[in-house]
Design a protein around this ligand. Structure first.
Ligand SMILES: [Zn+2]
Ligand SMILES: [Zn+2]
Length: 435
């Protein structure tokens, strides 16, 4: 960091030797000291999972602990979001660290002693609720990091904006939430970050491993509805109507040519999936309409717009060829692609290798799942990485996926996640001092 910018009083403190860079060894010692507490928090969150926009108990637990650290805590951002700022004693950059808090409508089938037996309401049905994506681990990790940063703050430059975010997995119909709502409610006005960081635990990696990549890491995800309108007729006399079922079948096939024939797959991949098709009630009645639901995954804004335009053209023209009509509707609040800032990714990769060892850090492929941290990454240079939580020595490729009812988090991977976030944060605040 640029010491000539320090105010006189701090320069005095520095010259008297009361300030020195926090070392990696100190961070690791602090991480070890808090490990038990982090596991306890995680198990508590795991036992009490809450669905998106309903994370009231989780956010109260988070806010209580942040207050006990002496932080000024803002609650109720984007419904249940919690934000606090750790002010370092020295001037320096501002960073944002984000953890998500929501669970999923999944009935847990693991045999861990702290497994969830909680149920909740999802689309009018009673469902099991489970932290099947590891957000319990993320929340516990960020609480642990907050604790350590507060204890080190007399020696830390800069500021840390701690963000505990609701509803990463998407909101109940008719509601808003998650990262975009936090941004709309003024998250970045609390403190304008120079960089933002987040991590995700993943069963595709063994404990001890982390992975990331510069540029697009996770897909932009859109959800669409195509409504094909024909004209109803008796199933025995199709010539008297316009059959929307046959038209829909043609549209589904034609949509496949967007990726296979019309997209430069050597540049960026894309996915177009029709996941639901509904029309008709009886074997001998051709219905008026067919509704198709699906998802699009793309890795840049340009690619997203291109794919959507082609879908619109294909659906309406294929329908028109038969005298039917088709409308393409995109659902609100899609996730943009999550793009890691390339220069910042290099810097974070160096921190991760120093903290975890060269062999622990691998380059990720692009992942076709979405992540709403993408909204923050669009506003602030950001880096997001994956942390392995499948026990070392077991086949990570065969481990139950995130979102599975058997999803299992190896708790020693939580400690790796904690250390990764802590080292990346402090390295950035201290201007990446070699340690
Ligand atoms: Zn998830
Ligand atoms: Zn997740």
């Amino acid at each position: 960091m640029k010491r000539r910018l320090l105010p006189a009083a701090l320069l005095l403190a520095v010259s008297q030797g009361s300030w020195a860079d926090v070392t990696g060894a100190e961070l690791d010692a602090a991480a070890t000291a808090i490990a038990g507490q982090v596991i306890e928090w995680r198990r508590d969150f795991h036992r009490h999972p809450e669905l998106a926009n309903r994370e009231t108990r989780t956010s109260a637990t988070v806010a209580d602990h942040l207050r006990s650290l002496g932080l000024e805590v803002r609650t109720g951002i984007a419904h249940t979001g919690v934000v606090a700022v750790v002010n370092g004693a020295l001037p320096g950059p501002t960073i944002l660290l984000r953890a998500d808090m929501d669970a999923l409508p999944v009935t847990e089938k693991t045999d861990v002693p702290f497994r969830s037996t909680v149920t909740g309401e999802f689309r009018g049905r009673t469902v099991g609720v489970m932290h099947a994506c590891g957000h319990d681990a993320h929340t516990a990790i960020l609480l642990g990091v907050a604790d350590i940063l507060v204890r080190l703050r007399d020696r830390l430059p800069g500021r840390v904006l701690l963000v505990f975010q609701p509803a990463e997995e998407g909101v109940p119909e008719g509601e808003r939430g998650g990262a975009p709502l936090m941004l709309d409610e003024g998250l970045l006005a609390i403190a304008k970050p120079d960089a933002a960081f987040a991590l995700h635990v993943g069963s595709m990696l063994n404990t001890g491993q982390v992975m990331l990549r510069p540029g697009p890491l996770m897909a932009g995800s859109d959800f669409f509805r195509i409504l094909v309108t024909g004209r109803q007729s008796h199933g025995s006399r199709p010539w008297k109507g316009i059959d929307p079922i046959v038209v829909s079948a043609e549209i589904v096939s034609a949509l496949q040519t967007i990726v296979s024939r019309q997209t430069d797959i050597t540049d960026l991949p894309a996915v177009v999936t029709v996941g639901a098709i509904n029309g008709g009630v009886r074997h001998n009645i051709i219905p008026d309409t067919v509704e198709m639901l699906g998802t699009i995954r793309t890795f840049s804004e340009a690619s997203r717009e291109d794919v959507i335009e082609r879908m619109r053209r294909i659906s309406s023209n294929v329908a028109e060829a038969s005298g039917a009509t088709a409308t393409l509707e995109l659902m609100p609040a899609p996730n943009p692609p999550l793009v890691n800032d390339p220069a910042l990714t290099e810097r974070v990769t160096r921190s991760l290798k120093r903290a975890l060892g060269d062999d622990a850090v691998t380059t990720s492929r692009m992942l076709t799942v979405g992540e709403d941290f993408a909204y923050i990454a669009r506003a602030v240079p950001s880096v997001y990485w994956w942390v392995g939580i499948t026990p070392a020595g077991t086949d990570a490729a065969a481990a139950p996926d995130n979102h599975s009812e058997h999803f299992f988090v190896d708790e020693s991977g939580i400690q790796v996640g904690l250390r990764s976030l802590l080292h990346v944060a402090v390295d950035f605040l201290q201007g990446e001092t070699a340690r």
